[in-house]
Design a protein around this ligand. Structure first.
Ligand code: DGT
Ligand code: CA
Ligand code: CA
Ligand code: ZN
Length: 586
């Protein structure tokens, strides 16, 4: 196990112990242990364990040393597994509800005997929760809203997580001898930010072994449908997956159909009809004449052949439309006119600006983040740790930020890495729109990302004015996660996005496309129009650990859905041009 995974387990032990009402000192020992672990380098942990010197670190007692060593060596911990098994699963589930921590959950259990979310919903509806000490009407309402939200959104899944599930399934399908072609379709292929279910499409003459393999995959919790050429399954996460198997000559039409979106499909069918053709999942055939679309498609003389989707589009007088654009938002008109943009691609990125280290709430050190960026082949890595008002995220004081600047400059001078590290900050936009550091310090940085992290419930006019005030500050280079949404978890701030975009353009301020799979903020639906008006984008992973840098892939999806080309994305440019852009905008 890596040190970050070990730290996750320690943190979770802390939460579970708190749920059990254990001694606060014991709980804090795990929390502190996790934090201390996050702050040391991976290689340092290996060395300490090998040398038997882990106990020398402040805060690591014998019990902790034993547990870390066991996790590091085996990836498992008996103590943790027993602890988990000793707690009602319903109590652990309640932790997902905003506003409910271990203390409150314990109180609900102790005073009202509540051990499940269903029982909790009932108690809220009856008003029994509001009557408890430390709860009240407001918090009862909030809990009920949280439960409703969980039900409404619990059915969708983050693209990133859905893709992690889909990848091995696709590889598995492709490795079956019976399978000629296999693709993931649906919203996953279109790069939507959340996914209802997975859709797999396979070309095979003999479908039985494919269905048999699919329903017997590891992790399948339930088989919800099973037929000769299709099947549906559900995983423990609640995510469902559909499989369809078609003959090879139908594959392209089925792939196009099941990629969607519905709106795109409807417009494509209308276009086909206008040309006397009928387009369906079975094929492209003449609209006139005897028989259903399916029967016609089975007649080789009638159907239009297509080896790839490009052939299908071409048969309707269109350029190939990338799946991300297939939302029925003008892509067909653009394809007809030959005006589809050349969309930004993963390989275009040369770095990113908004990343954290252990100096604030990141889990990897500056050196580790830099090495990870280098491994990705990046030319530059921007460090933007939290500012001092974000004390919950261990934001940097002026003194610590100056230290970090010096540390980064020394790292760059050392020539140890090919990647150049840029000095930045994720500076809080205070509730009145002022910034969290003075102008002198901000001026010492390569760039400034300004973000809202508190007073998130301001009304629309106040929030909009607050953000625009920050944008108008000459030191601000870019705006972080404009709306503050957390997908499936937290709504956007009330903010007039259009006004903020106009202000950013007027002040030459970049708006980031925060690529964290939980954020994808600013939403792709705004980007096409904004970029046409001249807004500059930066695809920022907001990485809090080395693995987080890879999240730029999710940002690329959203950027492509927003019709963005490399020219509108600042971090596709070489370092020298980025520097010039920073300088000339002032
Ligand atoms: P999701 O799963 O909710 O994230 O979204 P999709 O787009 O993956 O939708 P899904 O799984 O229900 O169906 C996959 C594709 O199949 C969808 O994008 C378009 C196509 N499709 C499904 N039902 C219909 C329909 O009633 N009419 C048309 N034209 N296409 C459909
Ligand atoms: Ca789907
Ligand atoms: Ca589906
Ligand atoms: Zn932030």
């Amino acid at each position: 196990m890596t040190k970050n995974e070990i730290a996750d387990v320690l943190n979770e032990i802390g939460v579970l112990l708190e749920l059990k009402g254990e001694n606060p000192f014991k709980i804090r020992a795990y929390q502190n242990g996790a934090r201390a672990l996050e702050a040391i380098e991976e290689t340092e942990l290996d060395r300490l364990i090998r040398a038997g010197e882990l106990g020398g670190i402040k805060g690591f007692g014998d019990a902790l040393v034993q547990k870390i060593t066991e996790l590091h060596a085996t990836g498992r911990l008996e103590f943790y597994e027993k602890l988990k098994a000793s707690i009602e699963p319903g109590l652990v589930e309640m932790l997902d509800i905003p506003g409910l921590g271990p203390k409150k959950i314990r109180a609900l259990q102790a005073k009202l005997g509540i051990t499940s979310i269903t029982a909790l919903a009932e108690a809220c509806t009856d008003g029994r929760v509001a009557a408890l000490d430390g709860f009240g009407e407001k918090s009862q309402e909030k809990i009920l809203a949280g439960i409703a939200h969980r039900e409404a959104y619990g059915k969708r899944h983050l693209w990133w997580e859905a893709n992690e599930t889909a990848r091995p399934i696709l590889a598995g399908l492709r490795s079956l001898p019976a399978v000629e072609r296999a693709e993931a379709a649906g919203s996953l292929r279109r790069g939507m930010e959340t996914i209802g279910d997975l859709d797999f499409l396979v070309a095979a003459e003999d479908s039985a072994p494919v269905v048999a393999w699919f329903v017997a995959m590891p992790g399948v919790q339930e088989i919800t449908a099973q037929g000769e050429t299709k099947a549906s399954v559900r995983f423990a996460s609640g995510l469902q997956a559909d499989l369809r198997i078609v003959p090879a000559d139908q594959f392209v039409f089925a792939l196009h159909h099941f990629t969607g979106s519905k709106d795109h499909n409807v417009q494509m069918r209308q276009r086909a009809l206008a040309r006397g053709l009928s387009l369906s999942e079975w094929g492209l055939v003449p609209a006139e004449g005897e028989g259903t679309a399916k029967e016609k498609a089975e007649n080789k003389a009638l159907r239009t052949p297509a080896k790839s989707e490009a052939d299908l589009f071409k048969a309707l007088g269109l350029r190939f439309i990338p799946p991300e654009l297939r939302e029925g938002l003008g892509e067909i008109e653009a394809a007809e006119a030959g005006e589809l943009p050349k969309l930004v691609e993963p390989a275009d990125l040369r770095g990113a600006f908004h990343n954290h280290t252990t100096a604030s709430d990141g889990r990897n050190t500056l050196a580790e983040m830099t090495a990870a960026a280098e491994a990705l082949g990046w030319e530059y890595l921007g460090i933007a740790d939290h500012s001092k008002s974000s004390y919950q995220a261990n934001g940097l004081s002026e003194e610590r930020l100056r230290q970090q600047i010096a540390e980064i400059q020394a790292l760059n001078r050392s020539g140890r890495h090919k990647v150049h590290v840029l000095t930045g900050t994720e500076c809080d936009i205070l509730s009145d729109g002022r910034l969290d550091y003075d102008d002198g310090l901000l001026g010492e940085l390569d760039y400034v990302v300004a973000s809202v992290h508190n007073a998130m419930t301001q009304d629309e006019a106040t929030m909009t004015a607050r953000i625009i005030r920050a944008i108008e500050h000459p030191a601000v280079t870019m705006l972080g996660h404009l709306t503050g949404r957390l997908l499936l978890r937290r709504e956007e701030y009330r903010v007039n996005v259009g006004k903020v975009i106009d202000a950013a353009i007027a002040n030459c301020v970049v708006i980031e496309l925060n690529a964290s799979p939980w954020r994808l903020d600013l939403d792709w639906r705004h980007w096409r129009k904004a970029a046409e008006k001249g807004l500059m984008c930066a695809i920022n992973p907001d990485a809090h650990e080395t693995d987080g840098l890879a999240h730029v892939a999710a940002g690329i999806n959203s950027a492509r859905k927003g019709w963005l080309t490399a020219a509108s994305v600042l971090n596709t440019r070489p370092l020298a041009q980025v520097r010039r852009w920073f300088k000339e905008r002032r």
